[in-house]
Design a protein around this ligand. Structure first.
Ligand SMILES: *Cc1c(COP(=O)(O)O)cnc(C)c1O
Length: 461
């Protein structure tokens, strides 16, 4: 499988090169040259596989430059850190299915991808004898999941920017209490988008990127999207082993998780009907789905901080496919968006968008109400991100088609919001107890490009 850039400016590269490149050197995002599809017979056989076996079957369609046995080992090692035997179990509650993606080491769905990515990096760097400095911006969960993906690994240093005091207390502690020498937490005085912009600029600074062997862990890294495709397939086949449709509701920030759902939808023809794109009050993507209007708003702080995002970094991947893989048109659109902060879509494009997507924007009030109502009806505690997805999923519920709502975080990560909704704190998992008594390490810096660049130069491996 070869990978190309959404902006058409690089020669096709292999999977391992794509993983190492992160953001394409022409500023675009990497995608498989052709999107695989599987036939019904294969799909039925897949229904009998364990999560790890299925992961191997799906990933090997996209990866042909790693030895098969090696790929299988990397998958097994990545999911050995999960505490549930099914890795991503489905539970039926309140008329929907909850796909629990939070059984990894940091209790958020990002572990599914980042445990895998960390192991892939480690393997490839050992093979090549090279080193890597991972640089990423996080609105909360990516940071800790990325740090846990590579902590203590040789040949890798990791620099994670998070918006100072704009992530939950637990999220902050999860990151800053990892004191391995290869981990650098940078708290930026600004928003997630400020941090993200600095990271993007540094990745576009090609001499700097090459000198310091910068690697990406944000959801722009193709390996992350790929690892996430697996649980959509796993859930769909569990619910409809002999065929039939499934809808998914996906709490969305950077459009990474839902784009993985879109890839799964193309991979399994006739199995996944709608992807419900659930946003909080940062609803740029909802306006895109409902009205074909993709225009920048201001970032609003909500109780689902991992979705407090306006510019979704993976959107360009979908745009490229929407534009029938026209890289020229995609680059033009991205340039126009950079200039004007908005894009508009024709009626026929909107029709295409709505063939795959539904959407709802869920307010603060509605999110809290969703946590409270779901708890009262079922006894099940949702975290605020999952609650946004459940609320949007219920709004688009069709009794004839199972609705799978992705549970992207454990409620204990967002205890304050849960407490406000149901009047008691969520149960604390073992790994969270005494987090605030542990030693921690973090650097607070202004959202200043030069200052952050200098910090990396001083501390790079
Ligand atoms: C990252 C994250 C999201 C958003 O996922 P994207 O891939 O950025 O769309 C939703 N919920 C939680 C808990 C997250 O950590």
């Amino acid at each position: 499988m070869e990978y190309i850039s959404t902006r058409g400016g690089i020669a096709p590269i292999s999977f391992t090169k794509a993983v190492m490149m992160g953001l394409a050197t022409d500023g675009g995002l990497l995608l498989p040259r052709t999107m695989p599809r599987v036939d019904e017979k294969t799909v039925e056989a897949w229904g009998r596989l364990s999560y790890q076996e299925l992961s191997h079957a799906v990933l090997s369609l996209f990866i042909d430059d790693l030895p098969q046995a090696q790929l299988r080992q990397l998958i097994d090692r990545s999911y050995a850190t999960f505490t549930h035997p099914e890795i991503t179990p489905l539970v039926q509650r309140g008329g929907v299915y909850i796909l629990e993606l939070f059984h990894g080491p940091t209790l958020a769905f990002k572990d599914v991808a980042l445990q895998f990515l960390g192991n892939v990096f480690e393997y490839l760097l050992r093979q090549s004898g090279e080193k890597m400095n991972i640089l990423g911006a996080t609105s909360g969960d990516t940071g800790s999941a990325a740090i846990y993906g590579v902590r203590g690994k040789e040949r890798i240093n990791i620099f994670i920017l998070h918006p100072h005091k704009r992530v939950s207390a637990v999220q902050e502690l999860q990151m800053t209490t990892v004191t391995d020498a290869n981990v650098f937490n940078l708290a930026i005085r600004g928003t997630f988008d400020d941090g993200q912009a600095i990271v993007k600029t540094l990745f576009n600074d090609i001499p700097f990127k090459e000198q310091y062997h910068l690697g990406a862990v944000n959801s722009i890294n193709w390996a992350r999207i790929l690892a996430q495709v697996v649980y959509y397939v796993h859930a769909a086949l569990k619910l409809t082993p002999r065929g039939g449709l499934v809808d998914f509701s996906v709490p969305t920030g950077n459009f990474g998780d839902i784009f993985a759902g879109f890839v799964a939808r193309r991979l399994l023809p006739g199995r996944i009907r709608h992807l419900v794109l659930a946003t909080n009050e940062n609803n740029l993507l909802t306006r895109f789905v409902l009205h074909g209007d993709y225009s920048l708003g201001k970032v609003v702080q909500t109780s689902s901080p991992s979705m407090d995002i306006q510019v979704a970094s993976n959107f360009e991947r979908y745009l490229y496919l929407l534009y029938d893989e026209d890289a020229g048109r995609t680059s033009e659109a991205m340039q126009q968006f950079a200039r004007t902060g908005s894009l508009h879509f024709s009626d026929s494009e909107q029709e295409k968008i709505r063939a795959a997507f539904r959407s709802a924007s869920v307010s603060q009030q509605q999110t809290l109400a969703a946590i409270r109502d779901f708890y009262r009806q079922t006894g099940y505690v949702l975290d605020p991100h999952t609650a946004v997805g459940v609320s949007a999923g219920l709004a688009h519920l069709d009794p004839a088609v199972p609705m799978v709502c992705l549970a992207t975080a454990h409620p204990a990560k967002f205890g304050a919001a849960v407490q406000e909704a149901i009047g008691r704190p969520p149960e604390m998992p073992e790994s969270f107890r005494d987090l605030d008594k542990k030693e921690s390490r973090c650097q607070v810096l202004d959202a200043d490009l030069a200052r952050i660049k200098a910090f990396i130069e001083e501390n790079a491996i």
